[in-house]
Design a protein around this ligand. Structure first.
Ligand code: FRU
Length: 490
């Protein structure tokens, strides 16, 4: 369905309750629907927002257009969790209902301050000529989940910045508040990250300067910049749009990348000793990832699995996209590791365990599409692992491995419903040659997440095969150890 502007920006209260109920039912009963990941209650989900720990619970919000699979009038939906795995929907938290966020409560972050949670986000405002003003806004959420917006914007784009100025990350350092934010310059239309500061949070914001990340070309816009401290070291996570492939090789329409450094100077907005930029995920669809360091000292990350400007097969069922599982981050020898959180193990249905110990071809002809496979493939083997496959493997999500040369490819060429084929149907990573390959693979009906060698690399992708495809098998006898489980729904 083609959405007109009027349909996409129709105020929420002009949609009927019945329409929303029908959309929720359609999403809930979709065969491709996720069972243990965060998914939209209805309509379209995009960026994770406000990922935080507050009032003894984990909180995450997501960008939502609840009325269909379109990037329409956005709001924040809210979920809470006790373990980062089982999430309870709390419903709409930030509606686009003021002058400043009239055309969307866009992405932002959250930070516990005192006994309240401060939400900082971009209000997308359009005038009658469709001219855009991006207001940076604040709101407080109390312990009962009640949200109150600040009356006035915190700040707007300075004269040298275009209408593309959004996605603030609120931080506190040395008794001051800071925000980093993505922007585009007016003069050259360059993507940048800016650092702003305030002593008082609700007012007094001013710009520190452009963040020096050690890379000049950040395309024409940077979305969702996120400065994390992983094991005490700064890691800038960012989504540069339109970046030259020479700056960093990538296959997706827009990459989600990261840059590590040995320090971050808040006074000069500088990453100290920045390292080359890397892809955060080596799969097909990770974008707008957002993380934070929790009171337990660990840094956690969650991603949108979906990309801007692309359509997905479930659009026809009026819902789209999901969030990744939460990933725990660590730095080892300057390399970022992403691993499942401990509570993911609680999803394993232990009585379904299939143990693999040596030469294996068929893993399980009825494995289905809601499980985990933790495998170690022996060195010096080549082959293919087929998942969500039918008997003749004309439909499959395939992992081609070569532990002799050191290569792994995630292949979604043989899909019942191909997606984003213009950007290629395989993603390939390099591995150490002649070494065992450790994989922790999660399937959730239309999502695959592959943690490679203890999380040194992650390959995430949506895939769309018939749910009657149950087979998990190697294409030939393979030396492998490990376990496969069915996972319970959250
Ligand atoms: C990234 C993004 C953000 C914006 C939000 C709107 O996917 O475009 O830059 O705030 O989505 O939904």
């Amino acid at each position: 369905m083609e959405w007109t502007r009027a349909q996409r920006y129709l105020p929420y209260d002009q949609h009927s309750a019945l329409e929303l109920l029908n959309l929720q039912r359609q999403a809930a009963t979709s065969p491709e629907q996720l069972k243990y990941h965060i998914r939209p209650q209805s309509g379209l989900l995009n960026d994770p927002n406000g990922f935080s720990y507050f009032n003894s619970q984990w909180h995450v919000f997501y960008q939502s257009f609840p009325f269909g699979a379109a990037h329409g009038l956005k709001s924040w939906m809210h979920l809470v969790s006790d373990d980062l795995v089982h999430w309870q929907d709390q419903g709409l938290a930030l509606a686009p209902d003021t002058e400043f966020d009239s055309h969307g409560a866009y992405s932002g972050t959250a930070k516990a301050v005192g006994d309240r949670l401060f939400l900082m986000y971009t209000g997308n405002h359009r005038d009658e000529n469709w001219g855009r003003t991006p207001y940076q806004l604040g709101a407080w959420m109390d312990k009962d989940g009640h949200v109150e917006k600040l009356q006035a914007p915190l700040f707007v784009n300075p004269a040298y910045v275009s209408e593309h100025f959004r996605d603030p990350q609120i931080m506190e350092h040395d008794g001051k508040f800071y925000a980093i934010i993505g922007q585009q310059t007016v003069a050259e239309q360059h993507g940048q990250i800016a650092l702003w500061t305030s002593d008082a949070l609700e007012h007094g914001w001013h710009e520190v300067g452009k963040v020096n990340v050690g890379v000049d070309d950040l395309g024409y816009m940077v979305e969702c910049p996120n400065l994390l401290f992983v094991d005490g070291h700064p890691v800038m996570v960012l989504c540069p749009q339109g970046m030259d492939q020479q700056t960093m090789a990538y296959d997706n329409i827009f990459p989600n990348t990261y840059i590590t450094a040995t320090g971050f100077d808040f006074y000069t907005a500088t990453m100290i000793n920045p390292q080359p930029m890397h892809n955060l995920d080596s799969g097909f669809d990770v974008y707008a990832s957002q993380g934070f360091t929790a009171p337990d000292g660990k840094t956690y990350l969650i991603s949108w699995v979906g990309l801007p400007d692309l359509s997905y097969p479930t659009d026809e069922q009026n819902w789209a996209n999901c969030l990744s599982q939460v990933k725990e981050l660590h730095l080892k020898d300057g390399q970022l590791y992403q691993t499942p959180v401990a509570a993911m193990r609680d999803l394993r249905q232990l009585d379904t365990a299939i143990n693999l110990n040596g030469e294996t071809t068929m893993i399980d002809p009825t494995f289905g599409q809601q499980g985990e496979l933790q495998l170690t493939i022996a060195p010096d083997q080549t082959g293919t692992l087929h998942l969500a496959a039918n008997d003749d493997r004309s439909q499959t999500i395939a992992l081609h491995f070569d532990t002799e040369q050191g290569q792994l490819a995630l292949d979604r060429t043989k899909m019942a419903h191909p997606t984003a084929t213009d950007y290629g149907t395989t993603r390939t990573i390099q591995l150490p040659a002649h070494q065992a390959l450790n994989l922790d693979i999660f399937l959730d009906h239309s999502l695959i997440e592959v943690f490679v060698n203890g999380g040194a690399q992650v390959m995430t992708g949506r895939y769309f095969n018939d749910q009657s495809n149950q087979v998990a098998t190697f294409n030939q006898p393979t030396q492998v150890t490990g376990t496969a489980w069915q996972l319970s729904a959250k």
